[in-house]
Structure formats: structure tokens, C-alpha cells
Design a protein. Structure first.
Length: 269
């Protein structure tokens, strides 16, 4: 019997109907598949029924990894990796047009998503991300402007990913049962980025500064970024009395582009 490890945020998906619903979100047949945290292999086995071209599994837990090795030893198309997903190089491992599945550990789910958003090569090698999050985190990922869930994570996601289908999953679908509802999201990379930011890390930095004081007016956050407040003349109708949540994603992209332009001249902090 395999027990879940709380430190790894393990909640094993056991509901066969939900597993089928996840795999039916997209065509898997003859596709390259990448699964994060396969656990006992419930989703893995369902993926295999669709006859993928290849299947790469990344499992951090050594005990589960050993059991997966034994379980799938006869299947040559499977590549098993015993590593932390946050520490491996995705550019080196992902194959072209890979579909990525993940029943993500709640404690690092947003970090995993950001890792896939921040890949250096864009468009990336993956074609779809099908991730399960804690519902509260999922709402922050897809949070739209004007809602309470809109913030750093939704702005970062909106820059590079398109939100697709989603559905909620009851705690009863897992063992052990989590105390929260989960949500499955299908995310697809935007092939063309209309706001050309040179380094997505700069967008991360700008949004981090703004939302560190999300209840305060943006004038104090602007001063933390730009040495000269007159640079704000670059922006039309930017009201410094607004709060961070009052600015649309596109405005953060514009601010980041100006930051990058002035950074070359050492005109920003």
C-alpha cells in the first residue's frame, strides 16, 4: 500500500469518470505526452489506452517512481524521470507539440505553471497544458480584469496563454480527500505575442512591485520603478490614483516594455 506524502502535496486521483473526462479534453492518439506527478499511474494508464506516440513521466517520489518502473516495464514508449519538475530543464526534455498533463501538487502548482509560461523559446514545444489546480488557484490563473481574482498570476498567464476548457472536481475524486474543490484547466500557448516583451522576468518584476501594495494607489509603485516620473507621459490616460487591480493586462505589458527600453539607458531603478 502506498501512502500519500503531505510534504509533496499528494492527493491521488481515483475517480475513473474524471480521469476519462481529463483525457478526452483533447486528442491524445499518436501525440507526444508529458505527465507531471503520475503518482500511482491512474491517469497514465488511461492515457496509454489512447495510444500516444511517446509518454514522458516525471515523478519526484522515489518510492512511487520505483513502482511505476515496475508497472510499465514492458512499455517501451514510456520514459520515466525521477526528478523535481521545478529543477529540470523543460527545453531539453519536451518534444515538439507535446501535450502536458498534471494533477499538480497544491503547494507548488502556481510555480509549475509559471515555469511553463517562462520558457525561453516561444512558441514553446508544448501545444497544450491540461493542469489540475486547487480551485482557488485556478480562479487566480484565469481571473479576468474587474474581478477580485485578477492579479499577478492572471496577468502573467494572459501574456502567453489562451484559456480553454475547464471543469471542477470534487474532493471525493481523490484519495486522500483534499479539503478543497479542484479545477482542471486547458491552456494553450499564444502563437503570436502582440506586446513584445524582451524578458518575461521583467513582467514578473513589474507586477510583483505593483501588487505588493495592491490596496495602495499606483503612484508609489511607479516611483519604485522609474527614476523620473515624467516618463509616464509615454502612457495615455494613466491615472496615478488608480490601484493595481484597476490596470488592464495590456497596460502592464506597456509599462514593462518602457521599463526594458529605459533599462538599456540606466534610466530605471
Amino acid at each position: 500500500m502506498t501512502f500519500s506524502k503531505k510534504s509533496l502535496g499528494q492527493n491521488f486521483l481515483i475517480d475513473k469518470n474524471i480521469i476519462k473526462k481529463i483525457t478526452n479534453l483533447t486528442n491524445i492518439s499518436n501525440q507526444n505526452i508529458f505527465e507531471i506527478g503520475p503518482g500511482k499511474g491512474s491517469l497514465t494508464s488511461e492515457i496509454l489506452k489512447h495510444n500516444p506516440k511517446s509518454l514522458t513521466l516525471v515523478e519526484k517520489d522515489k518510492n512511487l517512481y520505483s513502482k511505476l518502473i515496475e508497472k510499465y516495464k514492458q512499455i517501451k514508449k514510456i520514459n520515466l524521470i525521477n526528478e523535481d519538475i521545478l529543477k529540470i530543464s523543460l527545453d531539453d526534455i519536451l518534444l515538439k507539440d507535446t501535450i502536458v498533463f498534471g494533477n499538480l501538487p497544491y503547494n507548488i502548482s502556481s510555480q509549475i505553471l509559471v515555469k511553463f509560461i517562462k520558457l525561453n523559446k516561444w512558441p514553446p514545444k508544448y501545444s497544450k497544458l491540461i493542469f489540475m489546480f486547487q480551485k482557488e488557484v485556478a480562479e487566480k490563473v484565469i481571473g479576468t480584469f474587474g474581478t477580485t481574482k485578477y492579479g499577478r498570476l492572471s496577468i502573467l498567464t494572459d501574456y502567453r496563454l489562451q484559456i480553454g476548457k475547464k471543469f471542477d472536481v470534487s474532493p471525493n475524486s481523490f484519495s486522500p480527500k483534499p479539503k478543497v474543490i479542484s479545477s482542471v484547466l486547458l491552456l494553450e500557448p499564444k502563437q503570436k505575442l502582440f506586446n513584445k516583451i524582451k524578458k518575461i522576468e521583467n513582467l514578473e518584476k513589474i507586477t510583483a512591485i505593483f501588487f505588493s501594495n495592491k490596496r495602495k494607489m499606483i503612484n508609489k509603485n511607479i516611483i519604485k520603478i522609474f527614476k523620473n516620473i515624467n516618463y509616464l507621459n509615454y502612457f495615455k490616460d494613466l491615472n496615478l490614483n488608480l490601484r493595481p487591480s484597476d490596470l488592464r493586462s495590456e497596460k502592464y505589458f506597456e509599462i514593462t516594455k518602457l521599463y526594458e527600453k529605459l533599462k538599456l539607458s540606466s534610466l530605471v531603478k
